[in-house]
Design a protein around this ligand. Sequence first.
Ligand SMILES: Cc1ncc(COP(=O)(O)O)c(C=O)c1O
Length: 398
Amino acid sequence: MSKRAVSTQQIHHPYRAPEGWDAHPVGVFKASTVLFKDTADLHTYRPRDGKSYRYGLHGTPTSYTLAARIATLETAEHCLLVPSGLAAVTLVSLGLLRPGDEVLVPDNVYGQNRYLSESLLPQFGITHRFYDPLDAAGLAAMLSPKTKLVWLEAAGSITLEFPDVLGIVAACKQQGVLTAMDNTWGSGLAFNAFELAPGLGVDVSMQALTKYASGGADVLMGSVCTRDLALHERLNHMHEHLGYGLGQNDVELVLRALPTLELRYRAQDATTRALAKWMQARPEVAQVLHPALAGSPGHEYWLQTSSAGAACLFSVIFKPEYSAAQVDAFVDALELFGIGYSWAGPMSLAVPYDMSRSRALPSKLEPGRIVRFALGLEDVADLQADLAQALSQLSAGA
Ligand SMILES: Cc1ncc(COP(=O)(O)O)c(C=O)c1O
């Protein structure tokens, strides 16, 4: 049978309800204590294999079902669930790095991943360097025997450059260096992180399930997927040390949201591209950053790997004649866009960033104040009208 669409897979994913309860929604099982039959049973080893039950912290029928569905989404063999996207980032770096190792992190990486490399990892004797994700040859030249992990993020946070994923992953494979991708933007839908090209994929794909998988802006959760068992076991070991647990009601919310994941992803993608193109034509705008737009940094790499999908984010660099205060006032004038972090929920969001304090490839971007938009599920014409009214206030005040 040909490969089924994500929505079909998620709705028909195998699940066995308790005998006599023939219903499709997954049950919510909660417990800290899991009872053993007797002391002999207690003394029998139960592995952390995603099937056995030993203690609520290690997994429940509900969380094992979600882990299996996320693994299917990513075409992975193994999936560990954690209480946030940041917890997933931390699990990967702490699980795969040891004192004396070096990690390479893209310049435009999610801010908390940068902060982890700069602040926490040095306490464990782990060093880091930042690399330009558009320059695979430059990255290849940085790899040394100390380099044990290379992070990728496609597309990068805020400035949304799409990295040369094929070049970077190929260079790492050649040198035997592990690769981990923050795959929150792609969410298992824009491209397959484990099969970027025939025989070429990352070793670890992590997601902030907080974003698309949850979809409701009401859950924090993360996932770490692998195909290789030995790698999964290293991560599983660290997962146990960190004591990562999940609220089963949150797990249920994500299970409920998965059947609509693909529909939401495609709808938000369409809205985002329509508004990004519309913004490009506005006189107040110097540059619109979105990997599907020709001229956006990394567009050619997005074309190489993508199954034509893109997430709900674009950023706008306003012309330098607009001051930071004026751009802030533009954001304040928006009526349908909330001001706040995160993305992929039902409500659209807008956040201005001060790029002078960022190291994210400023040389390849137009100078000016940047605003990142995260498009929600509102009607596209309503969002465009709102942007238009706030832009007319901006140009009137310039
Ligand atoms: C790309 C990316 N990765 C990871 C995270 C962290 O996710 P969480 O908020 O669940 O910790 C975020 C959050 O904004 C993100 O944008």
